[in-house]
Design a protein around this ligand. Sequence first.
Ligand code: KG4
Ligand code: ZN
Length: 335
Amino acid sequence: MSQPTYILAIESSCDDTSAAVLKNDLVLSNEVANQKVHEQYGGVVPELASRAHQKNIVPVVDQAMTKANITPKQLHAIAFTSGPGLMGSLLVGTSFAKSMALSLKIPLIDVHHMQAHILAHFIQDGSPSPKFPFICLTVSGGHTQIVKVIDYFDFEVLGETIDDAAGEAFDKTAKILGLPYPGGPVIQKLAETGNPERFQFSKPNIEGYNFSFSGFKTSILYAMQKEVKADPNFVDENINDICASVQKSILDILFKKLEKAAKDTGINRVAIAGGVSANKPLRDRLKANKAWETFIPKFEYTTDNAAMIGITAYYKFLKQDFTDVSVTAKARMKL
Ligand code: KG4
Ligand code: ZN
């Protein structure tokens, strides 16, 4: 038996500081420090996120190493998210990873955040991983894509949003409704007791596999402004029905394109990934499709986490695909 590979992975692209230790494709620890500071602002404030990462990174890495019961000397590589994401946030993880790899004299592995969301499906956690090729709906706060996954590092983007991401649609709607950030989990909770058929919002009519959420968001804003004019308590009194209707509309928009992509490509292995894939009705609706072989990530690997960075780094390690300290973080990156 060959020696196992131990990788320390760091994720700091947005508002979660996370560190994980992997032994090959097994997760030994996956620590996440959420940043509560953004709740009151209705979205992530980049400068505050960067500062919180600086405060969190050392204790989070320390916890991940302690939980995994690993010493720095046992590590074979340090992995980090190089983008896409918020520049000030990415820089914290990038510089931390560089200095740790330099001081330990071990390889450095840069990881693409959206590839990592998809490759989270290859973490060995008892559930089967998809065979290639498969279709993946990646839905997060910054991205919404339908991706044909041909191999670990061979992706074809079939469609993507031309404006807001699905997570943004949840977050911006929450802001309109006076709910805190992040909006997705709050809307999901309030939707539980609501009637999803009560309100109809305008649905986009976009060609191919692309998405649009900005007109949808504006139609919610106008509908709410009209109702509030007639009854100032309208939102509060109808919040459950509003949230249920918003959530169902977003899922309808996503599934319409996902179903089209699976049908046109003839690929019936379908996965979801990214923060919005934590949404229970989305997970249930995917599972309910018996014509597909479906892949739903474990809840802790949906929103931003370093375990997904670690599994991607493990597959890069197998190819000896390393980077060096000249690598820079990038706010924008193609898949
Ligand atoms: O992947 P992620 O953690 O960060 C980015 O890379 O953007 O995704 C965050 C997004 C936020 O927009 C958040 O509202 C959404 O995921 N989200 C959800 C749920 N949990 C998180 N959306 C709907 N339902 C949820 N349960
Ligand atoms: Zn993400």
